[in-house]
Ligand binder design. Structure first.
Ligand code: TMP
Length: 213
């Protein structure tokens, strides 16, 4: 099983992943946490290129292909073996980030991105995708606060440096994808207190597992 979390900068994915992990731990389920970009040693190197604020001149197509390269390595080296071994894989961002950031927001043809995604994924698809939805102004404020207090790295701020309009497009992109695939996406109100956000997520997971039993 593959669970992905998506959302704008500062939407609280990391905190929510910790809550999901605690729930799986309590339920005796085998799970593993990973992220994109940077879920492998090679991917960490790709991540540092992609998120370096100094690389403001990366062409959108270069950006797209670097995310795709990171994902191929991640799937082959980590996600598929972990799933085959019976783990639930919880991934912080996945293919929907590419559709939303490089497609809807940077403006690369979405049908090209879908073709690239299907080439990379080879049939793999998230079973559930949680979209942590909130006003980008709040998200960016949170993200910059974390950068200032050191809990988020200053060397990874290329996207935080984008204008508010960029982040609004990302938010709308996720909501659009959720409308297109309501069976897979769960949109969660991420402006609430983190415990309240986790209640929404865990309620959905409980229902999901009851249905699967
Ligand atoms: P994060 O790990 O702090 O969420 O940062 C990852 C950044 O990379 C985030 O701004 C979204 C961006 N991104 C894309 O633009 N396309 C992608 O396919 C992925 C996985 C992430």
């Amino acid at each position: 099983m593959l669970i992905t979390l998506e959302g704008i900068e500062g939407s609280g994915k990391t905190t929510q992943i910790d809550h999901i992990a605690a729930y799986f731990q309590k339920s005796g389920l085998e799970y593993i946490i990973t992220k994109e970009p940077g879920g492998t040693v090679l991917g960490e190197k790709i991540r540092s290129i992609l998120l370096d604020p100094g690389n403001s001149n990366i062409h959108p197509m270069t950006e797209l292909l670097l995310y795709a390269a990171d994902r191929v390595q991640h799937i082959k080296e980590f996600i598929t073996p972990m799933m085959d071994a019976g783990n639930i894989v919880i991934c912080d961002r996945f293919c929907d980030s590419t559709t939303v950031y490089q497609g809807f927001t940077r403006g690369i043809d979405v049908s090209l991105i879908q073709r690239l995604n299907s080439l990379v994924l080879e049939g793999l698809a998230p079973d559930i995708t949680f979209v942590l939805d909130l006003d980008p102004e709040i998200g960016l404020k949170r993200a910059w606060k974390q950068i200032r207090d050191g809990s988020r790295s200053e060397s990874e701020t290329r996207f935080e440096n984008e204008k508010l309009q960029f982040h609004e497009s990302v938010r709308n992109g996720y909501l659009e994808l959720a409308r297109q695939e309501p069976d897979r996406f769960v949109v969660v109100n991420a402006s609430l207190d983190p415990v309240k956000v986790s209640e929404q997520i865990l309620e959905h997971l409980e229902k999901y597992f009851k249905i699967q039993k």
